[in-house]
Design a protein around this ligand. Structure first.
Ligand SMILES: *[C@@H]1O[C@H](CO)[C@@H](O)[C@H](O)[C@H]1NC(C)=O
Length: 403
């Protein structure tokens, strides 16, 4: 009996130790955050084990969450939901019920998941799209682009781009009674990366006549050049998205070859001959003072040119929208950027805000100083955070006023 109690106590201590994680003071609902993060970490550990034993690719196990959260296309009282295909690429459409007298607004939505995970059909994305369609009386096109590790850059970009180009044709917009002057692109995390990349490319595509009114970038990843910005250094162990996982996502976007991952972990993947590109991601000039703190800016010093030759996507503006020259940014639509303080990607968002403003683009920047990456999707059971509701409400209210 005594040994059973002892086992129980030991086990409880171990579980508590596993779950407990120090969090910044201003993060709310700390225990819920820790539980949620422990769940994600467990899945990560399981994926690592499966990979170490040669059973599965890391991302194939991580995909379990995407499958577990899969929802069918189910309409409700307000929105008709269907799975379709645009230009051969699967999309989930959300059409508000009831005829509107005037053509309606529309959002092309691009889900996150590090170019490797996620789907429009995942419960949190499906829920967000339904809410957006209903509250904004907008048609939502949520794009199911192909994922790594099966497909690498530029497949993800191309899929999203092809859907956008198909949708932005006047005859297609007319079919869905969409107002060509009120279309937004929006995406979170890797989806924010793709949203920024297609907004830039559409702007300079002479075949596209209809222009975007708005781009929304929700804690986007915007550059693969410098993976050692202050936010990478400070938030490498924060909930949901560790630096290791983010670097894994970036490297898988280009290749499954582990040597890229290893070089990226040490920020030694871009050779010095390409150092001129660093001016576009120079956090020392592009971040506000309070985020630079006492971090010291150093150009990475690396002579290895092999990786950029093998994976030219590393220097491609369609993968790293921050690498665009100033002239290419001028003319981009009204931009809404969401960043979170405790996020490795925080500085990508801040740097893009600076660069867009310098290029004369109108930017509204919502920075949440008390939360972490991925929070937008946690507004439902079992991890229902009040800050997530606030962020979604602000997002929808802003779109309602501006789109
Ligand atoms: C980055 O900015 C700093 C000034 O804050 C400057 O000294 C440095 O040369 C810049 N580096 C690059 C690569 O632009």
């Amino acid at each position: 009996m005594a040994s059973k109690s002892l086992c129980f106590v030991l086990l409880s201590v171990l579980v508590a130790y596993y779950i407990y994680q120090p969090l910044p003071d201003n993060v709310e609902e700390k225990w819920k955050v820790m539980l949620m993060d422990a769940t994600f970490r467990s899945l990560g550990h399981l994926s690592t084990l499966a990979e170490v034993f040669g059973m599965k690719h890391y991302m194939d196990v991580m995909m379990l969450l995407t499958y577990a959260e899969h929802t069918e296309a189910v309409s409700d009282n307000n929105v008709i939901v269907t799975d379709e295909s645009f230009s051969g690429i699967p999309v989930r459409l959300y059409i508000p019920k009831g005829k509107s007298k005037t053509p309606r607004r529309s959002i092309l939505y691009i889900h996150g998941g590090g170019w490797c995970l996620g789907s429009a059909a995942m419960k949190p994305y499906d829920h967000l799209s339904k809410q957006s369609a209903h509250k904004l009386n907008a048609l939502i096109v949520s794009i199911n682009y192909r994922l790594a590790p099966k497909f690498h850059f530029p497949v993800q970009f191309d899929d999203v781009y092809n859907v956008a180009k198909y949708f932005l044709q006047e005859k297609v917009l007319e079919k869905y009674s969409v107002d060509p002057n009120r279309i937004a692109v929006s995406g979170d995390s890797a989806g924010g990366n793709l949203a920024a990349a297609i907004a830039q490319t559409l702007l300079h595509d002479p075949e596209v006549k209809v222009k975007l009114k708005i781009q929304v970038l929700i804690y986007p990843a915007l550059q693969a050049l410098d993976l050692n910005t202050p936010s990478h250094k400070e938030n490498g162990q924060m909930p949901i998205l560790s630096k290791t996982l983010m670097v894994r996502f970036w490297s898988e976007y280009f290749t499954t070859d582990r040597s890229l991952f290893e070089a990226m972990m040490f920020n030694k993947h871009i050779p010095s001959p390409d150092a001129h590109l660093y001016k576009y991601v120079n956090w020392s000039t592009l971040l506000p003072e309070y985020l630079k703190k006492n971090h010291v800016y150093n150009l990475p010093n690396n002579q290895n040119t092999l990786l950029v030759k093998k994976y030219p996507g590393l220097l491609d503006v369609r993968a790293s929208p921050l690498l665009a020259e100033d002239e290419k940014l001028t003319g981009l639509p009204l931009t809404y950027v969401i960043t979170c303080m405790y996020d490795v990607l925080r500085d990508d968002g801040f740097m893009y805000v600076s660069r867009l403003r310098e290029a004369g683009v109108q930017v509204v920047h919502e920075h949440y100083d008390n939360t972490f990456h991925g929070i937008l999707l946690m507004d439902d059971w079992p991890f229902d955070f009040s800050i997530a509701h606030q962020i979604v409400d602000n997002y929808l209210n802003w779109l309602d006023t501006n789109l």
